[in-house]
Ligand binder design. Structure first.
Ligand code: NDP
Length: 454
């Protein structure tokens, strides 16, 4: 193993036990390194503790509203339909506890020492633990502290919540205002809407889900408006005022009256968590947004310090942090030089209906390749027909006109993320529209639309 050095307390000290930090710790240890990790909150990080996992469980929970409504069409009688937020919330948080314990066991089983306190960097090879004041040395330091929600320029932001608090609400709000129209905003708009809250989404621009294909964004807007979600575009937040009865007023620019809500969720992006980490003591340079600047191998401007995941603000997605953590550990301690390929990363928004995408949008493809062909399928899923819901799915394929290669796939409709993950393999492999056409449809399914696009 490269890097084992008894001049230091550890070969590797990791700050942050989230997706990237845990993977790097475990793999470095499996290569024989002496590893310690510090975590100031809970082992598991954003994805497991207050992000992807509990969010997806809330999405599942909220879906029952639709399923129970449809049940009657299939002959089921549901005597009394009630929903109890506390039951769902507590069950979700119990599962988070289970995962927290599982991640902790993973570290234990891999002989990674854990310090459940904040650590700050005091030099290229040293950190200080906040509670005990203990100074620890390590040959390498890995920063994997992730990112944190921001509430930019909102006066009265202390009355709002972020995605950190949303999983612990004492009760289901009757009225919710959500600031932002990105991933978190649209996912929670769907959850609260399905659970029966009145939802208003407010954004500073007229764009929702910037970066996704326009046709899909339009379809999402149309369906969610029909489901009762209200939107206010081009309305930056000015201030939030708490009334005596505890309700909140959201004052927006260009609007004479405030929106009144029980809960205001701010989902206006996440900033790399680098404040007060002591990075300057080791000469680690930051970018304008507070992100740690790294090279292609995750090395910072200090030779012995590396960074992975959201704190570097490259692609804020869990599977990327995990890959970066693995590649770092394999490279520094396992002698394996793996480059991460950031091309064709599939992504999904767990809105209702969900949206999923891989590769280039039509606009991006036209800019890059000039001549592109677009194929699409605009269909009403069988389940929606039977459920008397007019909502239609939309699949779109962007193809290089010169080579017939599929450059991008974009989908909105039930189960779109599950279907797209498999299709993303074909796009990543560089397959052509003719390859899709040559594949026989699997009938009856929604996924068959992928091979039937005109
Ligand atoms: P997003 O970047 O998705 O969206 C941010 C939203 O806030 C946009 O609508 C943006 O508006 C608006 N906004 C940005 N800056 C400001 C500002 N200064 N003032 C007012 N509004 C602002 O951020 P999220 O917080 O929703 O999510 C953070 C990240 O977490 C995502 O980018 C994603 O990488 C990750 N994530 C991934 C999920 C998934 O994979 N399903 C789920 C949840 C999060 P505009 O577009 O007009 O600039």
């Amino acid at each position: 193993m490269a890097g084992q050095d008894y001049d230091y307390d550890y070969d590797l000290f990791v700050i942050g036990a989230g997706s990237g930090g845990v993977r790097a710790s475990r793999i470095a240890s499996s290569h024989g390194a002496r590893v310690a990790v510090a975590e100031e909150y809970r082992v598991g990080g954003t994805c497991v503790i207050r992000g992807c996992v509990p969010k997806k469980l809330l999405v599942y929970g909220s879906h029952f509203a639709e399923e129970l409504q449809d049940a009657a069409n299939y002959g089921w009688t549901v005597e009394k339909m009630t929903f109890d937020w506390a039951t769902l919330r507590d069950a979700v948080n119990k599962d988070v506890d289970r995962l927290n314990a599982a991640y902790t066991s993973t570290l234990e089983n891999n002989k990674v020492e854990r310090f459940l306190e904040r650590a700050t960097i005091t030099g290229p090879h040293s950190v200080r633990l906040a509670d005990s004041g203990r100074e620890i040395t390590a040959k390498f330091i890995l920063v994997a502290t992730g990112a944190w929600p921001v509430t930019p320029g909102i006066k009265g932001a202390e009355h709002c919540i972020t995605s950190n608090e949303v999983f612990h609400l004492p009760e289901l709000p009757k009225k919710v205002v959500i600031a932002g129209a990105g991933y978190i905003a649209l996912e929670f708009a769907g959850i609260f809407n399905a659970l029966g809250s009145h939802v208003t989404v407010v954004n500073r621009s007229e764009t929702l889900l910037r970066g996704y294909d326009e046709a899909l964004r339009d379809r999402l807007l149309q369906i969610t408006m029909a489901r009762g979600i209200e939107y206010k575009f081009n309305c930056p937040f000015e201030k939030v005022v708490k009334r005596e009865d505890g309700t909140l007023e959201a004052w927006l620019k260009n609007q004479p009256e405030p929106l009144v809500a029980d809960v205001i969720l701010v989902a206006t992006g996440r900033r790399p968590k680098t404040d007060g980490l002591g990075l300057e003591t080791a000469g680690v340079e930051l970018g304008e947004g507070g992100e740690i600047k790294v090279d292609a191998r995750g090395q910072t401007t200090c030779e012995s310090i590396y960074a992975v995941g959201d704190v570097t603000d490259r692609v804020q997605l869990t599977p990327i942090a995990i890959r970066e953590g693995q590649a770092f550990a394999d490279r520094v301690f396992g002698g394996k030089d793996t480059e991460i390929d950031y091309d064709c990363i599939p992504s999904a928004v767990f809105s209702q209906p969900p949206l999923a995408s891989v590769g280039l949008t039509e606009g991006q493809a036209r800019n890059k390749y000039g001549s592109v062909k677009v194929y699409s399928s605009d269909f009403r899923p069988m389940k929606n027909v039977f459920g008397h819901r007019p909502e239609r799915g939309l699949y779109k394929m962007v193809v290089d006109a010169g080579t017939d290669r599929v450059l991008g796939l974009h989908m909105i409709g039930p189960e779109a993320p599950e279907i797209l993950q498999a299709a993303a393999i074909a796009v990543k492999a560089g397959l052509t529209k003719a390859d899709f056409d040559a594949t026989v449809a699997l009938h009856p399914s929604m996924a068959e639309e992928l091979v039937l696009m005109k």
